[in-house]
Design a protein around this ligand. Structure first.
Ligand SMILES: [Zn+2]
Length: 557
């Protein structure tokens, strides 16, 4: 295997370019420049294009838009190394050859049989963003802002990252989270505000995406009725696991496990029996050969879906109350501790609670009352519980957050006992559940989501898992110094890793700040179904006509 550090193409996710590129980009640019002129004429803003993926999934560099052939999940895969630097040629050695689906875990091949570029899976230029350049003239930058700044080692180059550390703070990266302190205070976990938290959550599983070929081969559904073997199954599904219905007088539990096939041969309909895995930091955007070894690992005595176990999870679903009574309880397990959200469907009153050494307990009044249908999001992220109904966070009374010691957070380990139906003790291998008592309920489109996991490594080799990571990292910041990290932590050269061993450089000075990323105003265009190829350049086809990608135009959060 080649050493990725010697690869000139490897510049994980950093530099911002001014828009330019091949034909397709040129034509797109003319259209969008016109739109831009109309919309932003009086706007103090500058347009940039994102070339690489250090901020994925928030921002896309050059990438391929894929739909999983097994389950239909759409996901994006970085392709920024396919183009040789400075020339308009494809680098065949850097083709992304296969892509593993983030939901069902099955890989699909992206090259043709001879290993050549497959035009059925075209790659597209990165997101184009608008940067608000006067944003920080009157207000201080806020933690979690996505910012553009001049790279400290080369002020001609613009970088884009997320701000995680403010002047005068000491920043620690520990257990995947950011911790901050001032002077000699105890480090406290830095919590994301609700809109950032939701925007930064990554989908690990979506029950609406049914992996039919896998199920046909006898592979079990990810969600299972948790009654003991021999007991009556009470949760039923009529759509192969997209939705589940129960009528229960006694508590009836449905639980989720991360089950991914080791071997799947769709032609022979063979799916090797799965071993449940811990939710990990697998990032579908990173499918370069260098990253494939990080897609799964064996740690804590079991399989992990990524290089690091991620315990900060959320569950989102469509909840339907059929008879308007009963109690529905969502639970999330982290390190053997159960975090629960119970809603009484007759009254709408909700309880959020954490068991264990640092118990928390809060109550809320919600609109989830009587017969009806709601989108529920219950999360256990950054040592805080939250409930959102129909996209709005519910106000609670009581405590929803707790404070852990940083070292305790680093030392936390998953509990592996009891990951089988019938066992109701909290187990990290069956980390999410829905329990219904005394009512008729349907849950559908159930998503399991995870928090971003920041890796405590100061070197690129550490990010690739080829060097030991630190237990945690600490960075002091002085006046006018800011600390920036990429959202795609295993593919981001950021404040952790700048400078040299002798002269580390772990901050950005205030004078280097350019502005705040505001909107993705031009994600790549979508060729219409009736498109025709009108040319080819840089190995990519220009197909007309195309439509603007309205669905992915968005504010940067
Ligand atoms: Zn899939």
């Amino acid at each position: 295997m080649t050493n990725p550090m010697n690869s000139p193409a490897l510049r994980p996710g950093d530099i911002l370019l001014n828009p330019r590129g091949g034909w397709r980009e040129t034509v797109e640019s003319i259209v969008v420049a016109f739109v831009l002129a109309l919309l932003f004429r009086s706007f103090e803003a500058e347009a940039f294009v994102i070339p690489t993926g250090s901020m994925a999934n928030t921002l896309m560099g050059r990438h391929r838009d894929l739909t999983c052939e097994t389950c239909g999940t759409s996901f994006r895969v970085g392709a920024s190394k396919e183009l040789n630097d400075g020339t308009c040629t494809l680098n065949p050695r850097a083709f992304v050859r296969q892509a593993r689906c983030p939901s069902c875990g099955v890989s699909m091949r992206l090259t043709d049989a001879a290993g050549n570029y497959e035009h059925a899976y075209p790659s597209f230029a990165g997101d184009r963003i608008l940067v608000e350049k006067f944003a920080y003239d009157f207000t201080e930058p806020k933690r979690w802002d996505v910012m553009v700044f001049k790279y400290p080692e080369d002020a001609k180059t613009n970088y884009i990252k997320r701000l995680v550390g403010l002047p005068g703070e000491t920043i620690a990266i520990a257990a995947g989270d950011i911790w901050t302190s001032r002077a000699d205070d105890t480090p406290l976990i830095a919590r994301k505000p609700p809109d950032r938290m939701r925007a930064m959550l990554q989908t690990v599983h979506d029950s609406a995406k049914v992996a039919t070929p896998l199920l046909d081969a006898g592979f079990p559904e990810a969600w299972a009725d948790w009654s003991a073997v021999g007991e009556e199954r009470r949760w039923t599904t009529s759509d192969r696991g997209r939705s589940f219905t129960v009528t229960a007088t006694e508590p009836a539990m449905l639980r989720w496990r991360r089950l991914v096939p080791d071997v799947f041969d769709p032609e022979r309909r063979v799916a090797k029996a799965p071993e449940p895995a811990l939710v990990g930091d697998f990032q579908p955007y990173n499918q370069d050969p260098e990253y494939v070894g990080l897609h799964r690992s064996r740690k804590h005595g079991c399989l992990v879906d990524g290089a690091h176990w991620v315990g900060d999870l959320a569950i989102e679903c469509q909840l339907k109350s059929i008879d308007g009574v009963g109690v529905v309880t969502f639970d999330l397990v982290k390190a053997g501790i159960r975090h629960v959200c119970s809603i009484d469907l007759a009254t709408g009153s909700a309880t959020l609670a954490r068991e264990g050494d640092d118990p928390v307990h809060a109550t809320a009044v919600t609109a989830v009352r009587g017969q009806g249908r709601w989108t529920i999001l219950f999360s256990n992220v950054d040592d805080e519980l939250s409930l959102a109904v129909n996209g709005r966070r519910v106000k609670t009374e009581g405590t929803t957050a707790w404070h852990r010691n940083l070292v305790d957070a680093v030392d936390a380990t998953p509990v592996l006992r009891g990951g089988e139906p019938g066992n109701t003790g909290p187990c990290d291998l069956a980390p999410a559940g829905v329990t219904v008592t005394g009512g008729s309920v349907q849950v559908a489109d159930i998503k399991i989501l995870r928090d971003i996991y920041y890796i405590a490594s100061t070197t690129q080799a550490g990010l690739f898992g080829r060097e030991a990571e630190e237990r945690f990292l600490v960075f002091p910041l002085y006046e006018d110094q800011f600390f920036m990290l990429g959202d795609n932590s295993s593919a981001s050269k950021d404040c952790r890793a700048w400078g040299t061993l002798d002269e580390p450089l772990h901050h950005v000075d205030r004078r280097l700040l350019v502005g705040r990323a505001l909107v993705v105003w031009w994600p790549h265009a979508v060729p219409t179904p009736w498109n025709v190829k009108v040319g080819e350049r840089c190995g990519w086809e220009l197909r007309l006509p195309f439509l603007p990608n309205f669905a992915r135009m968005r504010f940067v959060r």
